[in-house]
Design a protein around this ligand. Structure first.
Ligand SMILES: [Zn+2]
Length: 185
């Protein structure tokens, strides 16, 4: 594996660990050239997935892009890196097993939102803000009002309601960066 910092081909594996559920192998690597340390994950890829974007372009599925967008949505939220890895793996596995070689970026977005909604409402709203592509602040607050109302109607538990409050008050709350949106959808 080439060093991501200095591009030297001479890197060594320091430590290998299999995930608890056996879904991936994590390797700590060391570059003998520049001394940098980095981590790689080894996973099964069942088949190649092609993604049809909203502009009609068909591009190969890139796990890294999905990972990055979910990392941004989960920024400063109580969701571990390992959990995020699992979310992405779960989405990837579902895409690989749908039987079709091509999926739309919208379908991937829906899968991601379903998982995030069950985990953390702030992460969900951030991700949804990209997915629904709000043109203005008004549309965005309408969206938040709607899900707040839904949560109340369904009598969702207190923790969830608290998270809703937090997301409207928390100054850290912000939609996902535009560059991720362009890459993803
Ligand atoms: Zn290096």
């Amino acid at each position: 594996m080439r060093c991501p910092f200095c591009a030297s081909p001479d890197t060594q594996v320091k430590d290998s660990r299999i995930a608890e559920d056996g879904s991936y192998i994590k390797r700590r690597r060391f570059c003998t050239e520049c001394g940098s340390r980095f981590t790689t994950f080894e996973r099964v890829q069942l088949k190649d997935i092609m993604v049809k974007k909203s502009n009609g372009l068909v591009v190969p599925f890139e796990r890294e892009k999905l990972l990055k967008s979910i990392q941004i949505a989960c920024k400063k939220r109580p969701i571990s890196d390992e959990r995020i890895e699992k979310i992405v793996s779960s989405i990837q596995r579902q895409l690989e097993t749908t039987g079709e070689g091509e999926v739309s970026s919208r379908e991937i977005g829906v899968l991601a939102m379903e998982i995030l909604l069950s985990l953390d409402i702030v992460a969900y709203i951030r991700f949804a803000s990209v997915y629904y592509n709000f043109d203005n602040k008004e549309d965005f607050s309408k969206f938040i009002d709607t899900i707040q109302k839904e949560a109340l109607e369904e009598n969702t538990d207190k923790i969830l309601e608290k998270s809703y409050d937090k997301c409207s008050l928390n100054p850290e709350f912000e939609p996902i960066a535009k560059e991720v949106k362009d890459e993803l959808f």
